[in-house]
Design a protein around this ligand. Sequence first.
Ligand SMILES: NC(=O)c1ccc[n+]([C@@H]2O[C@H](COP(=O)([O-])OP(=O)(O)OC[C@H]3O[C@@H](n4cnc5c(N)ncnc54)[C@H](OP(=O)(O)O)[C@@H]3O)[C@@H](O)[C@H]2O)c1
Length: 247
Amino acid sequence: MFDATLTGRAAVVTGASRGIGEAIAAALLRSGADVTTLQRGPHSDELRATARELGRTLAHVPVDFADSRSVGAAIDQVGAVDILVNNAGAQIRHDAVDFPLDDFERVLAVNVNAVFQLSQGFGAGMVERGSGKIVALASLLTFQGGLRVPAYAASKGAVGQLVKALSNEWAAHGVNVNAVAPGYVRTEMNEALIADAERFRQLSDRIPAGRWASAEDIASAVVFLCTPYADYIHGAVLPVDGGWLAR
Ligand SMILES: NC(=O)c1ccc[n+]([C@@H]2O[C@H](COP(=O)([O-])OP(=O)(O)OC[C@H]3O[C@@H](n4cnc5c(N)ncnc54)[C@H](OP(=O)(O)O)[C@@H]3O)[C@@H](O)[C@H]2O)c1
């Protein structure tokens, strides 16, 4: 019915140095896209090997998402793309009574301001050309409040609203703006939770699927939203959470 491959599409993925972003970059390469990553450090050896084996282009533009000038320069350097995945995210934990304002602002800068700046920067061209896919990484904390992470919860709530706001303006121009809300994924972001045996057990017991997500579980949903199979999906926040929110 459709050609669901992404052959020849130009994709940008933010924060692909590790974790979910690296898995998304690999999955997009496997689906046929050429990928430019916006990230601080270099690509992992595994990601480089995947691109080489597939014969796809894998480029890297260095950027700090806490600095809007750095984000603007990266957008200018990359130019037009078909797909944008806003994956990079920052997490800082403190009790709310002690949460430093600087940390609060830093989390908001990376998780919200940069997501808007990138969506606008790459999305304007998509709107002009009449096609494009933008996917952001939301969270269970788009829906719930969490503990000791008020900045992160506020930022991911904002991501959920931002994809709806952008999609209301851009859907008629053939641009799909959506989010994936991962459940608990075994990445560096969750080191503190995984290290706390009691909290880890409590969280794990509550997941209907009976396991934490892999980065690839999340990447699969992101790639789906980048294909023509998702052409009529606009402004959605898709939970990929092993059933957590249904419980
Ligand atoms: N893991 C989960 O359970 C989970 C659940 C829900 C949502 N998410 C979301 O999914 C996304 C990926 O999470 P993850 O678990 O893969 O996180 P991760 O392992 O901590 O990786 C985060 C990525 O973001 C980059 N990043 C953070 N701050 C940056 C900055 N100021 N400038 C440039 N790059 C920056 C990191 O780059 P460096 O390597 O340079 O630090 C890294 O590539 C995030 O948006 C996160 O909020 C994750």
